[in-house]
Design a protein around this ligand. Structure first.
Ligand code: FES
Ligand SMILES: [Fe+2]
Length: 375
């Protein structure tokens, strides 16, 4: 597990202030390396994290390496069909075992001195070790971590006794099922990665409010009924109720609509799951956003899109147009997040205030971050 280190001073944020008095997190929380290191351990190493699509490890032996909270790991499909998340660190002298993704036929061979592990992580071969005292091959095993699935995705948790994934997801699976969106009908269609020059919390906060919609996203603003946009907070996630505008001949704001249909009330479901995962469900597509810190001021956002068969049949032109809509919104968000990060480095800015009407989701996120870091 990650080594203990000194937790940064958290006393410049008051998590008990009510929303109408609350300050934002202090600017230094977004720039100082000590926060980044502590977050890796206490946030990313202590929550369920989305690590792969199930289809990336569909057959026995399929593996995918990744890192969580700074820990090198491998997700591997075992001979019995079960998924396992194992440490990807050889127990001999710590070389990484596997790289990238691929298929391990029966075993995992260390590239340094050739120790061999079976797919369950048990050491099955160690060259020239007969003379080692107080050492038994049978006692050597790669540490194993919790793994579970939801929809098309695999999740892992590094903690010793994690809550069930279903506890973290709360009402989300039921609400999706009840909303006429059938996750089983969505097909993985596209992945795009964006590296953004900002702290990961800046990107999450931007997602967690609709306040910027009219200013930053004019095209999205035409689709969403801003007046009714509302965020409900739950212990481990937030739900954004984002009704689409009703199409009306007389309202010019509803012209040039992507999802406009006279007389039909369409809903989008937006979920943010603490700390760094979003699911956006539109009538025609589901998109997943995973926010991965790469450094104090550098963040990977990974987007994956899934479409229903009817929409995919509309052909590549339609798909490109639809993806371009998501791309436009993302570029608008990237630009604004990078402007925020530059502002957070200012000597003159310490923290700000939140709109009680529009920024309850940001406040919820701040309190969860504080609670994780104080543990
Ligand atoms: S480090 Fe793996 S066999 Fe030596
Ligand atoms: Fe946005």
């Amino acid at each position: 597990m990650p080594r203990p280190h000194i937790t940064p001073d958290l006393s410049d944020y008051d998590p008990n202030a009510p929303l109408n008095r609350a300050q934002t997190l202090p600017a230094r929380w977004y720039t100082e390396p000590a926060f980044y290191a502590t977050e890796q351990q206490k946030i990313f190493g202590a929550t369920w994290q989305l690590v792969a699509r199930i289809d990336q490890v569909s057959a026995p032996g399929d593996y995918l390496t990744f890192e969580l909270g700074g820990e090198p790991l491998v997700l591997i499909r075992q001979a019995n069909g079960q998924l396992a998340v194992l440490s990807n660190v050889c127990r001999h002298r710590a070389s990484l075992l596997l790289q990238g993704s691929g298929k391990a036929l029966k075993s995992m061979l260390c590239p340094y001195h050739g120790w061999n592990y079976d797919l369950q992580g048990k050491l099955s071969g160690a060259r020239e070790f007969q003379e080692a005292l107080d050492w038994k091959k049978e006692n050597v095993c790669l540490p194993r971590f919790s793994v579970d699935t939801f929809g098309p995705y695999v999740f892992a948790h590094l903690g010793p006794n994690p809550p069930a994934l279903s506890e973290t997801l709360g009402n989300i699976p039921r609400e999706i099922a009840e909303s006429n969106h059938d996750l089983g009908r969505f097909t993985f269609t596209e992945r795009r990665d964006y590296v953004i020059e900002c702290n990961w919390k800046v990107y999450v906060e931007n997602y967690q409010e609709g306040y910027h919609l009219p200013i930053v996203h004019p095209a999205l603003f035409r689709e969403v009924d801003y007046d009714r946009y509302r965020i409900d907070n739950y212990p481990t996630y937030s739900y954004h109720d984002a009704p689409l505008r009703k199409y009306s001949e007389s309202d010019p704001r509803t012209q040039n609509r992507r999802y406009g249909q006279a007389g039909v009330e369409l809903r989008t479901l937006y979920y943010w799951i603490y700390p760094n995962l979003m699911f956006n469900i539109y009538p025609d597509n589901l998109s997943m956003n995973l926010i991965v810190p790469l450094g104090p001021e550098k963040t990977l956002t990974r987007f994956e899109w899934f479409y229903t068969p009817e929409y995919l049949e509309k052909g590549p032109g339609w798909l490109q147009d639809n993806l371009a809509f998501g791309e436009q919104v993302q570029q608008e968000d990237i630009r604004i997040c990078e402007l925020v990060q530059r502002g957070l480095r200012s000597q003159t800015y310490h923290s700000g205030r939140l709109s009680p009407k529009r920024e309850n989701g940001v406040h919820h996120f701040h309190k969860l971050v504080h609670a994780s870091l104080s543990r």
